[in-house]
Design a protein around this ligand. Structure first.
Ligand SMILES: Cc1cc2nc3c(=O)[nH]c(=O)nc-3n(C[C@H](O)[C@H](O)[C@H](O)COP(=O)(O)OP(=O)(O)OC[C@H]3O[C@@H](n4cnc5c(N)ncnc54)[C@H](O)[C@@H]3O)c2cc1C
Length: 356
């Protein structure tokens, strides 16, 4: 193939597609509706807070080979940082208990036999539940596969499932979580090193990719929405964009790297997911002790994960449909007591931004 590839959407999917295609020798043009690239994974200046913040916290595990090869390709492998060992600090707000899950580095999971490294109250045999995730098929949910009870479920597997799938455990598919577990926990602690951006999401995932693509001849048009695909029976003949039509040659190709609900608008008849959950991020401008990892998992609270970086404390609540209709003030007021308790911070509540 010698034609140009037209990529609709410059979020991480569009950028990743562009990187692969350019590396394979293709000519690429990206069309992005928004003023900047990055989509749901980017940083911006919040004028109200007077700070640059990420739209939402992202935690990547070292076993995520696709992410790390993306970063290596654009020379940003060191833009994600984290502890030298796989450490996951948790706080249970129901009883104040604090613990650190600390998988051993090799594939043999000897850490589950050491009470100080596993989830408090769990037994080594409980961890066999992870195999049930690998065996799960079809529409079996996380809750069905794991039984939804006991300390291991409540204090590790449930928070992991909700964060990884952004779906409640009675709806999230066990086989999807099984894939995450197979690529991380089951490959040993070396595949479970938690990594977060050293500076921000854009500085990590977006800016280095754009620089690499520009240096390799790819073109990005921002502020250019693709409103429709003009088609004859066999192929797409033009993109209808907000700046007018773009005719496509016979060897050109189109990649749709847009959210599913936009892809089905552009390509009626396409089968794509049609149910989605919101994620809440609540950013407080305050200094706090980041601990050894810069993040904390929360059990028994409204907050689910707390991240601390450069004078900003950010809370993530996944599968948050139950909360997204509340006012920002209401959400912040519900989350702040959890943050205060976990990080031992004083009242009053500092300046805050809620991002849904
Ligand atoms: C708060 C939050 C936390 C997250 N945490 C994690 C995490 O910890 N780990 C993890 O792996 N993932 C995480 N994710 C998920 C991750 O951010 C997304 O999976 C990823 O960013 C999606 O990328 P995408 O390119 O598929 O879609 P998007 O980011 O939505 O990109 C699509 C792009 O297409 C553009 N577009 C839409 N319509 C058109 C059109 N008609 N024409 C042109 N352009 C168009 C949009 O403006 C957008 O820039 C999180 C997401 C959020 C929101």
């Amino acid at each position: 193939m010698t034609g140009r590839v037209h990529i609709v959407g410059a979020g991480l999917a569009g950028l990743a597609a562009a990187l692969s295609l350019v590396a394979a020798g293709r000519r690429v043009t990206l069309y992005e509706a928004g003023p900047v690239a990055g989509g749901r994974c980017r940083s911006y200046l919040d004028r109200g807070l007077g700070r640059r913040i990420d739209n939402g916290n992202h935690l990547v595990l070292s076993g995520n080979r696709a992410t790390f090869s993306y970063l290596a390709q654009v020379g940003a492998a060191d833009a994600l940082v984290g502890p030298a060992a796989p450490l996951f600090p948790f706080v249970d707000l129901a009883d104040g208990l604090r613990w650190v899950v600390a998988p051993s580095s090799g594939r043999v999971p000897w850490w589950i036999f050491i009470p100080g490294r596993r989830v408090p109250g769990s037994r080594p045999s409980d961890y066999l539940a992870l195999l049930a995730l690998r065996r799960a098929g079809g529409q079996q949910t996380v809750q069905d596969a794991l039984g939804a009870c006991g300390p291991l479920y409540r204090r590790l597997l449930q928070p992991l499932a909700i964060a990884a799938l952004n779906t409640p455990t009675d709806a999230g598919l066990a086989r999807l979580l099984g894939t995450v577990v197979a690529e991380t926990l089951m490959r040993g602690g070396k595949a479970c090193l938690p990594r977060v951006p050293r500076v921000g999401l854009s500085e990590t995932f977006v800016d280095p990719a754009l620089a690499w693509l520009a240096a390799h001849g790819a073109t990005l048009h921002t502020g250019r929405r693709v409103a429709a695909l003009r088609r004859d029976e066999a192929r797409v003949t033009a993109l209808e964009t907000s700046d007018g039509p773009v005719p496509l040659g016979p060897d050109d190709a189109v990649v749709l790297a847009v959210p599913a609900w936009i892809a089905t608008d552009l390509l009626p008849g396409l089968i794509a997911p049609d149910a989605f959950s919101g994620i809440l991020n609540v950013h407080f401008v305050t200094a706090a002790d980041p601990g050894r990892t810069g993040f904390f998992g929360i059990v028994g609270g409204t907050a689910e994960w707390i991240f601390v970086r450069d004078g900003v404390v950010s809370v993530t609540i996944s599968a948050a449909d139950r909360m997204v209709d509340l006012s920002a003030d209401d959400i912040a007021a519900r989350v702040w007591p959890d943050v205060r308790a976990v990080l031992c911070l004083p009242d009053p509540m500092p300046p805050v931004r809620v991002v849904t």
